[in-house]
Write a protein that binds this ligand. Structure first.
Ligand SMILES: [Zn+2]
Length: 150
């Protein structure tokens, strides 16, 4: 889900950074929608539900233990409000960040960026450059080597 923990290697097997959809759009001047299909970028709702629920549960339990010393009922109107607020606030923020900056996976990132003729590591436009003998086009910005044509 999150590309932060996802590793990408270029076509010569060297580790590469992954250019975010947003950075690729800024670098190339293409609209984000042109570079990435909807199913290639991060998902808002699954991130919202997953991180929102996790964070809200944590906040709820933390509140129950620390503020009330665990002596009040587990569910009170206040603790439920904290749960709901944490869920909406944190889940919403994480969902938006993942949607804007994230790819669904490094494979999706690579596929979308190379299709648009961009370096998958930094978003620099490499489609006009001459490929080298092994078929890889080397990015002058970050040194990543990519096979644009399969
Ligand atoms: Zn590059």
């Amino acid at each position: 889900m999150m590309t932060v923990f996802d590793k990408l290697k270029d076509d010569r097997g060297n580790p590469s950074k992954i250019c975010s959809p947003r950075k690729a759009s800024i670098e190339s001047g293409y609209a984000k929608e042109f570079i990435a299909n909807r199913d290639e970028t991060g998902r808002f709702w699954s991130t919202f539900l997953f991180t929102g629920f996790f964070f809200a549960s944590f906040m709820h339990i933390w509140f129950w233990f620390s503020i009330n010393s665990g002596s009040t009922p587990f569910f009170t109107p206040l603790s439920l409000s904290i749960f709901a607020f944490s869920f909406l606030f944190y889940g919403g923020a994480m969902g938006a960040v993942i949607k804007l900056y994230g790819w669904r996976s490094s494979t999706h990132a690579r596929q979308a960026l190379l299709r648009a003729g961009l370096c998958a590591g930094c978003g620099y436009s490499i489609c006009e450059l001459q490929p080298e003998a092994d078929g890889c086009t080397v990015c002058p910005e970050c040194g990543g080597a990519w096979r644009l044509k399969p």
